[in-house]
Design a protein. Structure first.
Length: 236
């Protein structure tokens, strides 16, 4: 089982947060969230490897020294194309299963990934973790890679279930609170600020005082030991 993480350019990231965060703040937040996701994946020894597909030089630098494989793309063509490209590359190398997770789910913990792996059935199989609103698909595991046609977007969860059944695969849904929160909108950001601070993304937002922009300031911080580590080169 390999994990695939598609990462868009950090520059101009998360434009739907522009009413709350400046362009540079959004850039740094995207970088911190990616580091959080990679940090948790690196703690999951059950994975055979981790591949990041990106064209962003800073994202590639973040992966340097982490033992994370970098797959490059010439241009951003969206999450669906990135995931399909990475999955096909791994399938061609005889990888039998791929877990796809975006770089903007900063609360994900190693045990969340392990829960998905433990629930995943024998090939052909699809395990999917929905976004908290049951619209998006925040983690999709396929055996073999590409056995279900994926189309990510704001309303992808139920279409993915339908696509699996059309492909003759009965999808398994696993609801996980941490993985259910992807950060795209001000509401998502506000929900992240409500959570106990234990990630680099939350630390970054707290240092900026972003909570005050919503009329609150998170103060409940987890000990450093509870935050998943990232090796040299990651966001501190």
């Amino acid at each position: 089982m390999w994990a695939v993480v598609p990462i868009k350019d950090f520059t101009n990231a998360k434009e739907r947060l522009s009413q709350i965060l400046s362009p540079q703040e959004r850039h740094s937040l995207a970088q911190a969230m990616a580091a959080d996701v990679l940090g948790s994946l690196l703690e999951v020894s059950e994975l055979d490897g981790i591949a990041v597909i990106t064209r962003d030089a800073e994202a590639q630098a973040l992966c340097a020294g982490l033992g994370v494989r970098i797959l490059t793309e010439a241009e951003n063509q969206g999450q669906t194309v990135a995931v399909m490209t990475a999955s096909q590359t791994l399938k061609d190398e005889n990888v039998d299963s791929v877990l796809t997770i975006p770089g903007d789910v900063p609360l994900v913990l190693p045990q969340d990934i392990r829960s998905v792996l433990a629930a995943h059935g024998e090939s052909p199989a699809m395990t999917i973790v929905p976004a908290r609103d049951f619209q998006g698909s925040n983690c999709v595991t396929l055996s073999p890679p590409g056995c279900v046609t994926l189309r990510f977007g704001d309303n992808s969860f139920y279409p993915h279930l339908d696509a699996a059944r059309q492909a003759g695969v009965e999808p398994l849904t696993v609801e996980l609170e941490n993985l259910g929160l992807d950060i795209d909108t001000p509401d998502d950001l506000e929900e992240l600020l409500r959570q106990r601070v234990r990630t680099r993304a939350q630390e970054f937002l707290a240092a900026l005082g972003v909570g005050d922009r919503f009329g609150r300031d998170p103060s409940d911080r987890a000990p450093e030991s509870e935050r998943p580590p990232v090796a040299a080169g990651g966001v501190k």
